[in-house]
Write a protein that binds this ligand. Structure first.
Ligand SMILES: Cc1ncc(COP(=O)(O)O)c(/C=C/C(=O)C(=O)O)c1O
Length: 352
């Protein structure tokens, strides 16, 4: 193993790459909880180059596209896949198209996609409508390389999250992942499973998926003991990153949850926003709502007795808070218009 980040694990990433398109993704910190629970850790994926875990998959998938001489890439997205695809395509000098659900993409992510110069196609409807359009295009137009997480190279990059956790603290009892299109929970499980197969570890963690109440097809199926989810026509949640009703990787996610003896948890929008505030005001960590869903799920799992507070648990904080400024504004805090000459009196008043 040499270097740091995703390509440190080059020997465990299949495929031949004529050139590697990398922006130094990966090698994110595993931050120990300071004030919530000493057995709790945060894998802060918001510190990747474009601010989400997507960069891990993009470096592999775009390197693969370039190695196969593609000049154009495409992705449907709730925002983070778009930002990441746009950045890596720009670095590779190839064109990127992103298909977004109009009006449902967090401001930070949309701004990134504009800045990185993707061609933005907006559809009236949910992410799933955008995803279906990309799947149809992929069947008809082979000159465009699809970057969504049905593309296996995305998952090969994202599985390195497991490798880094193992190198930092070994194998935790639980890994909690917010689930949308459902690639990431499978990718992380795949990483641990590969380490198990080559004999580096002797157990895998329980994979616990968290979904938002208005967008929880996989969690509903797991909780009801069904083998197949009922897809949701009009998913809705404040956590727009995981506002997905027809996850393309649902089979993979259910396999990871079942084979790891994990489970799935549903959390409400208010629990998500509360968790986002708790993460910031107890741990000093700013994550976007979908990522904070992992903490909301952790609290629920403790209350339900699914997780014991003495079990080592890692939350995958998938995206940075700057992605979604509107959600941060909902947290609210004291804002006092002051006469600069009276500032001392205000502060003394606030302290006492
Ligand atoms: C912050 C954040 N947290 C969790 C997820 C869920 O991961 P998957 O279950 O692997 O989809 C996403 C996914 C976003 C997109 O699917 C997209 O950007 O198109 C995310 O951005």
């Amino acid at each position: 193993l040499k270097g740091r980040g995703v390509w440190r694990y080059k020997d465990l990433i299949p495929g031949y790459y004529k050139s590697i398109i990398s922006i130094n993704e990966g090698n994110t910190p595993l931050i120990k909880s300071a004030n919530i629970n000493k057995q709790l850790y945060f894998k802060f994926e918001g510190l990747n180059p474009t601010g989400s875990f997507k960069d891990r998959g993009m470096t592999v998938a775009v390197s693969s596209a370039v190695s196969l001489n593609y000049k154009t890439v495409i992705a449907a997205s709730t925002g983070n896949t778009a930002a990441s695809a746009a950045a890596y395509a720009a670095r590779a000098g190839i064109k990127s198209f992103i298909v977004l659900p109009k009006g449902k993409v967090a401001l930070g992510k949309l701004a990134q996609s504009v800045l990185y110069g993707a061609i933005i196609l907006e559809v009236d409807g949910s992410f799933d409508v955008a995803m279906e359009a990309v799947m149809r295009l992929y069947r008809d137009l082979k000159i465009v390389y699809p970057l969504n997480s049905f593309n296996p190279w995305r998952l090969e990059g994202q599985k390195t999250i497991a490798f880094e956790i193992m190198e930092d603290i070994g194998v935790p009892e639980n890994v909690i992942v917010p689930v949308g299109n459902a690639g990431n929970i499978y990718a992380i499980w795949k990483g641990f499973n590969e380490l198990l197969k080559i004999g580096i570890i002797d157990k895998v963690p329980r994979m616990i998926g968290v979904q938002a109440e208005g967008a929880s097809p996989i969690a509903n199926a797991i909780i009801k003991g069904k083998n197949e989810p009922d897809f949701i026509e009009n998913p809705d949640t404040v956590a727009t990153a995981i506002r997905i009703g027809r996850p393309v990787n649902w089979q993979k996610a259910m396999k990871a949850i079942k084979e790891s003896k994990g489970t799935a948890i549903v959390v409400s929008d208010s629990e998500i926003l509360e968790a986002q505030k708790t993460l910031a005001r107890k741990e000093g960590i700013g994550a976007e709502p979908a990522s904070a869903a992992a903490l909301a799920g952790y609290f629920k799992a403790i209350n339900y007795g699914i997780i014991d507070k003495d079990e080592k648990t890692v939350l995958i904080l998938t995206g940075h808070s700057l992605k979604d400024p509107e959600s941060m504004a909902k947290a609210d805090t004291k804002r006092i218009l002051v006469n600069p000459l009276h500032i001392e009196k205000i502060i003394v008043g606030e302290i006492n």
